[in-house]
Design a protein around this ligand. Structure first.
Ligand code: PMP
Length: 411
């Protein structure tokens, strides 16, 4: 989709210049090529050379309403023009309304702590765990909960922990989806068990049916807290407000971030029952937490999800994508897994980065979340026609990345 200059260059000198500048000024934390983007509208994005893309990444499951949704733009503009920030020495309407709304969606009374990111939402959950008086915690192998030290200790990816020890201690990681292993790891000193309803960063891994319910039962009988990390799965991503609601599981603590703010930084830690009373005054805080602008954006996101019936739409478009990919019958696709609009296209070979590159060249942004998994996490407003556009382009994209197809093409 090159040659369309309607995206403009956003005041930059184009892809090459912006790439050179970021490499000179930003830390290269990720070591992957980064496409310079300048502008977006809905599920469309434009790079600094004016190329247009359909967005199946959403800023990693963040831009739930796409880019520049009018409701978010209006809410943010109105709030920043009225009362942009108050700190934790004061309070304002948006964080109060957002907390009430989130508890309402959860369907039970509790308390909310606002921060600015997923890792901070988990960090607060970690501290709540410590305040139970117990120290041992249980996470899952492959689980991802963030990069600050407490969240990193709970993260079950040794590569991400390497070089940062000693981490806050006494965390046991058990195989994800294995209820027996979980039961064996939880003791009378276990403060909390943290689980993602679907492991996002580990390659969109879905646990067996009944796993979350088993985690609930195991933690309840041991007197440990169940923390559900819904940073990636929450707020409509799987076609439910909270992914765990689909299975009727109620956690003691739920962490949210990403899609909640529709592009603005916000994290939320929801605590229920006795867990809601542990962060007593003076225990924890954040200058920016509950920022009125971020909260106003989140309220707009919730309003639009509700008024436009996006939960149902996510289920429908998610199924359409999932079935459509499967029906392509491409030899490079082993299977598709996930829920709603959080899908993992599992490849028969470890060529996900090549698929990502080929998709980008064809005008589609997707994410190689693992060597053999492409993650699709488009905006929740993605339309059927946009899903179909990816389906139409996929065979050629997969061919271009398929080592087995190379001789065919060469011949
Ligand atoms: N928990 C989960 C489940 C996540 O997917 C992520 C981010 N990928 C985090 C926590 C950390 O969020 P953040 O990057 O906003 O700190």
């Amino acid at each position: 989709m090159s040659g369309d200059t309607s995206g403009g260059t956003g005041g930059t000198g184009g892809n090459a210049e912006l790439t050179e500048r970021w490499q000179g000024a930003l830390m290269d934390n990720y070591g992957t090529p980064r496409l310079p983007l300048v502008r977006g509208a809905g599920a469309k994005l434009w790079d600094a050379d004016g190329n247009e893309y359909l967005d199946f990444v959403s800023g990693i499951a963040v831009n739930s309403l796409g880019t520049a949704h009018p409701a978010v733009v209006e809410a943010v503009s109105a709030q920043i023009a009225t009362l942009g920030h108050v700190s934790n020495l004061f309070v304002a309407e948006p964080p109060v309304a957002l907390a009430e709304r989130l508890l309402d969606l959860a369907g039970r009374p509790g308390r909310v702590y606002f921060s600015n990111s997923g890792t901070e939402a988990v960090e607060a959950a970690f501290k709540i765990g410590r305040l139970t008086g117990r120290t041992h915690m249980v996470g899952t192998e492959g689980g991802f909960h963030g990069r600050t030290m407490g969240a990193l200790a709970l993260t079950g990816q040794p590569g991400k922990q390497a070089g940062f020890g000693p981490l806050p201690g006494e965390v046991t990681h058990v195989p994800y989806g294995d209820a027996d292993a979980l039961r064996a790891a939880v003791t009378e000193d276990t403060a909390l068990v943290i689980v993602e309803p679907v492991q996002g960063e580990n390659g969109v891994v879905v646990p067996p049916e009944g796993y979350l319910a088993a985690a609930r039962e195991i933690t309840r009988s041991a007197g440990a807290l169940l923390v559900l990390d819904e940073v990636q799965t929450g707020i409509g991503r799987t076609g439910h407000w909270f992914a765990a609601q689909a299975q009727g599981v109620e956690a003691d603590v739920v962490t949210l971030a990403k899609g909640l703010g529709g592009g603005l930084p916000i994290g939320a830690t929801l605590a229920f029952g006795p867990a809601a009373g542990l962060l007593t005054p003076g225990r924890h805080g954040s200058t920016f937490g509950g920022n009125p602008v971020a909260c106003a954006a989140a309220l707009a996101v919730l309003d639009v999800i509700e008024s436009e019936g996006l939960l149902e739409r996510v289920k429908g478009v998610g199924e359409r994508l999932r079935d459509g990919i499967w029906r392509l019958g491409h030899p490079l696709v082993d299977h598709v897994r996930g829920a709603g609009l959080l899908l993992g296209m599992v490849l028969t070979e470890a060529v996900a980065p090549r698929v990502q590159q080929a998709a980008q060249a064809a005008g589609f942004l997707v994410n190689a979340v693992a060597p053999d998994v492409i993650r699709l996490a488009p905006p929740l407003v993605l339309g059927e026609a946009e899903a179909d556009a990816l389906l139409a382009a996929l065979p050629a994209v997969l061919d271009a990345a398929d080592p087995a197809a190379q001789p065919r093409r060469a011949g």
